[in-house]
Design a protein around this ligand. Structure first.
Ligand SMILES: Cc1cc2nc3c(=O)[nH]c(=O)nc-3n(C[C@H](O)[C@H](O)[C@H](O)COP(=O)(O)OP(=O)(O)OC[C@H]3O[C@@H](n4cnc5c(N)ncnc54)[C@H](O)[C@@H]3O)c2cc1C
Length: 368
């Protein structure tokens, strides 16, 4: 590759890696810069759930974007795996939400009615026996809602596959390159790290929660903020849980060799420590939903800083102040779900700066 790439991607989290893959696939020379190691930000802690009709239940825009991205997921995984020459664990066997009170059961009944109206395949069931038919290990519940198209992906494997696939297509990735400043020069954009200066006609900002610390000439501060999430890795007998479970204040994501239990939501700035209170909260809520987890072994607690945005939606789109600069950050709780949609949108914008981006996502809504 030349020392003047077509595109510099600032941040090698899941979003930066997905963007780098899509761009290198369409023939661009891509250079990815990360302040530390690829995938070491929020993405390494992600539970990898793909569930737009739960995460977007409060916001039809988010739900619609999530459903759009979910519809791209099979093809996305197929492309990444074949380009990388490796498999990525990925399932689409639904999510089961549990309700242990009449009030919660009523919320699920209403959600089921809305989803039926939208043509989303789902089953609302009532009573302990009916829920146990769907998940034998669940504690007694009033009701359950199975949303069939939902699924999950193992994020660390997905990042590694995206990285391998991009490298095969000629992308380069440099770590320990913390970008400090982005500015314009007559020949394009200039990206300065503590030690080096890089030039490219296009720069994509994918630095997650840390985007707020970037200095971009003539731009206001990028309005991201960190929201800490703690997530446990537990080991119980293989195949014990059938699918992703959501209970009060908790979700469980089963894989053949482990169960992920998440996650806390904490506004504590850039403090990425695991805490006793966070671990206790998750253990207590998880055991209330699946009592057998009391016997699980404890492997690890992971901590990630989700990139929050002021309205809970990501910022995706070109800068209107600095031609060639593109934003793809602020994915908050839905970066895994929205990765295929984000990568497709950024690839289209780099091809043609006037490409359509849903207005709810446009970076220009924050005067960027
Ligand atoms: C506990 C937890 C569970 C989650 N579960 C889910 C889920 O089930 N489903 C879902 O869809 N989403 C989930 N999320 C959210 C999802 O993980 C995030 O939205 C996603 O990881 C954001 O990816 P990103 O690439 O934007 O950010 P990050 O992964 O944080 O990557 C940003 C990268 O930028 C680098 N960087 C920072 N500053 C600079 C700089 N100045 N120069 C160069 N590089 C820089 C960092 O080192 C990092 O590698 C979860 C998050 C957490 C924390």
């Amino acid at each position: 590759m030349s020392s003047h790439p077509d595109v510099i991607v600032v941040g090698a989290g899941l979003i930066g890696c997905a963007v780098a893959h899509a761009l290198s696939r369409q023939g661009a020379e891509v250079l990815v810069l990360d302040a530390s190691a690829p995938g070491s930000g929020a993405s390494q802690a992600s539970a990898g759930m793909l569930c737009p009709h739960i995460e977007g239940a409060h916001d039809p825009v988010l739900q619609g974007l999530g459903a759009d991205s979910l519809a791209r997921y099979d093809a996305f995984i197929h492309r990444v795996c074949s380009d990388a020459g490796m498999d990525v664990p990925y399932v689409r066997n639904g999510t089961l939400q549990l309700a242990d009170t009449d009030e919660r059961a009523e919320v699920l009944r209403r959600l089921a009615a809305v989803l039926h109206g939208q043509g989303v395949p789902c089953q609302f069931v009532e009573g302990v026996a009916a829920v146990r038919d769907l998940e034998p290990l669940a504690a007694p519940q009033r009701a359950g809602l199975l949303i069939e198209p939902h699924g999950a992906v193992r994020i660390r494997d997905l990042i590694e596959a995206l990285r391998q696939a991009s490298l095969h297509q000629g992308a380069r990735c440099l770590h320990s390159e913390a970008v400090e400043h982005i500015t314009r020069h007559e020949t394009g954009l200039v990206v300065e790290t503590h030690a080096n200066t890089f030039h490219a006609p296009h720069v994509v900002v994918t630095s997650g929660a840390w985007a707020m610390n970037l200095r971009v000439d003539g731009h206001p501060v990028i309005p991201t903020h960190p929201v800490r999430g703690q997530l446990l890795r537990l080991q119980m007998r293989s195949g014990a849980l059938r699918r992703v479970l959501w209970g009060p204040g908790i979700y469980l994501v089963p894989w053949a060799d482990e169960v992920l239990v998440g996650a806390t939501m904490e506004k504590v700035g850039f403090d990425s420590r695991a805490t006793v209170a966070g671990v206790m909260q998750l253990c207590t809520a998880a055991q209330a939903v699946v009592p057998e987890l009391a016997e699980a072994s404890f492997s690890e607690v992971r901590v990630g800083l989700r990139p929050g945005s002021p309205d809970g939606l990501p910022l995706i789109g070109p800068s209107r102040r600095l031609p060639g600069l593109v934003y793809a950050t602020g994915h908050f709780r839905n970066g895994a779900l929205l990765a295929p949609l984000t990568a497709d949108l950024v690839a289209a914008i780099v091809r043609d700066a006037s490409a359509d981006v849903p207005s709810a996502l446009a970076a220009s809504r924050f005067d960027l």
